[in-house]
Design a protein around this ligand. Structure first.
Ligand SMILES: Cc1cc2nc3c(=O)[nH]c(=O)nc-3n(C[C@H](O)[C@H](O)[C@H](O)COP(=O)(O)OP(=O)(O)OC[C@H]3O[C@@H](n4cnc5c(N)ncnc54)[C@H](O)[C@@H]3O)c2cc1C
Length: 498
């Protein structure tokens, strides 16, 4: 039977998932399609997790507008979705007297963008707040509205809330082309066959240029992947408590050192423009740049304390910022393009795209409304997404209750992060089911700690095999082609009841 929807959203990153959530409020048949085996495997997983205050983008740019609006929405969004968010504020740290004037410039830009509460503090005061900082710290810009979130949790929770309110999610479903009736888009051809609809929303991140080109929109627009490499440090060895930016460079916000909501501090990212949209490798020169940048701010940081490294790809576009007086800044595209009926087109959603995602979703709804789409609210729409228990975040009494109700919460599968079998099983059968090792890692943080999976991996593979009813040989790290095991050597009795 033909699949008919009102709206097809291409791309299950934080932007597509928040758009799906916003549209699920209305009486529309909405489907979110994602080419990968899970949502949030692109930039929405590998980033710095900062909800930016908004002093960076040029005043008048769409980036500045979305950043400020998005930032202001995070308290409510995080509360409704039941995901971690802390409005901890952030600092831009000047090292040496020569960097001090840059703080005033940023402060002025932030003031023009409407960032609340910013002020410049002395080097002495800054070092009281973060004692590990370089003794040459000459001052800092303090922006109390900056924050930290868990980007994947926010992506997952948004998709779950959309599903809870009636939206469909189709994983391993790649957009291939548009289906046309004259100049009107009437559907999309996907790797799973055609999906018919009245509107398509392009939220394909790094691949958004290729999607819009298939509709003949902005043929000159190009996305170049800009790789950012990171190091993750052991919290016990690098007890950084704050979000610390250096003064920004012309092309990026620079190498920052930041606390994270998971505990382990993060250092990075680099900014290397390339052409390969799949190349998330880390490199010796990149990691060298990361460590040198970090040591400029925190001299005691040492490579020996690294527990992991990763890289993310920014979807840097070449759409010019239209704000007057701006020489050049790549800006976000959020539009219904002229000449094509049925497309909401997004592009160049690099940083601060995570911060902006709730505002971008709101803007997409407004564009559809302006285009005459009748948006009738569902009477039973529920913005609240229930969270599943996180064992190691619960007080002792609640942990005991949980174990009494389900003994699987009493079996620790990941020792470093304190993740239980109960949590793993809940995620495998969650609203967006985790069917690979990495999907579980993203959801529970199992394997992200000091031992980086050496303890939990065989246990998680055994649980996945049991719960999915498939052989351990079929269990993958991140989808087909990434199987862990080659063949059975002997039959091993199930261990620890797993
Ligand atoms: C290194 C780095 C650091 C960053 N730090 C921050 C930060 O601290 N704060 C901040 O606000 N922002 C930050 N950002 C930016 C932020 O991460 C992104 O703007 C945001 O995640 C973009 O979300 P998205 O949904 O547009 O893209 P993505 O998360 O990349 O999602 C796009 C999705 O589309 C899917 N897709 C692509 N093509 C197809 C197709 N043909 N069919 C079906 N699906 C398809 C992809 O698989 C992917 O899942 C950072 C980005 C990077 C890379």
């Amino acid at each position: 039977m033909e699949e008919r929807f009102d709206i097809v959203i291409i791309g299950g990153g934080v932007v597509g998932s928040m758009i799906a959530r916003a549209l699920a409020r209305y009486r529309l048949r909405t489907v979110l399609i994602e080419k990968e085996s899970d949502i949030g495997m692109g930039a929405s997983f590998a980033n710095t997790a900062i909800v930016h205050a908004g002093y960076d983008p040029h005043p008048g740019s769409l980036k500045a507008e979305m950043n400020l609006r998005g930032n202001a929405m995070w308290d409510e969004v995080a509360q409704e979705l039941n995901v971690p968010f802390e409005r901890c504020g952030d600092y831009v740290v000047a090292i040496g007297p020569e960097e001090l004037p840059r703080l005033d410039k940023l402060m002025e830009q932030g003031r023009r963008n409407g960032v609340p509460g910013m002020r410049v503090i002395s080097g002495e005061e800054m070092r009281k707040r973060e004692p590990l900082l370089n003794p040459a710290t000459s001052g800092a810009l303090w922006a109390p509205s900056g924050g930290l979130c868990e980007p994947f949790s926010a992506t997952l929770a948004s998709a779950e809330n959309a599903i809870q309110n009636g939206a469909r999610l189709m994983l391993e479903t790649a957009f291939i082309d548009f289906i046309w009736q004259g100049k009107r888009i009437i559907g999309v051809q996907t790797s799973r066959g055609p999906l018919y609809c009245r509107w398509v929303v392009n939220a394909a991140g790094l691949f958004a240029d290729e999607v819009m080109h298939k509709a003949g929109v902005r043929p000159e627009f190009k996305i170049l992947p800009r790789r950012g490499e990171y190091l993750v440090f052991d919290e016990a060895e690098v007890p950084v408590k704050n979000v610390l930016f250096p003064v920004p460079t012309k092309i990026s916000k620079g190498i920052l050192v930041t606390a994270s909501l998971h505990g382990n501090p993060l250092v990075g990212p680099t900014a290397q423009t390339g052409t390969d949209k799949e190349d998330r490798s880390t490199t010796p020169p990149g990691l060298d740049e990361v460590i040198r940048g970090a040591q400029k701010m925190i001299p005691s940081i040492n490579l020996r304390h690294t527990i992991a490294m990763f890289a993310g790809l920014r979807a840097t576009g070449n759409a010019r910022c239209q704000a007057p007086g701006v020489a050049y800044q790549a800006d976000f595209i959020i539009e219904i393009p002229a000449g094509v009926d049925g497309l909401v087109n997004l592009g160049g959603i690099e940083s601060p795209g995570l911060t902006s995602a709730p505002a971008i979703a709101q803007r997409v709804v407004a564009l559809l409304k302006d285009a005459g789409e009748p948006l009738e609210e569902k009477v039973d729409w529920n913005p609240l997404r229930p969270a599943r228990p996180r064992f190691n975040r619960l007080p002792r009494a609640l942990q005991s209750q949980l174990i009494a109700s389900d003994p699987r919460y009493g079996r620790i599968v990941c020792r470093c992060e304190g993740i239980t079998e109960g949590e793993i099983v809940a995620e495998i059968h969650g609203p967006v089911p985790a069917r690979t090792y990495d999907a579980l890692k993203r959801r529970t943080w199992a394997g992200m700690g000091r031992c980086q999976g050496s303890f939990d991996l065989p246990r998680v593979v055994a649980i996945l095999s049991r719960e999915l009813g498939i052989s351990p040989i079929e269990i993958t790290k991140k989808g087909p082609g990434s199987e862990f095991l080659v063949r059975l050597t002997k039959d091993v009795e199930a261990e620890d009841g797993i």
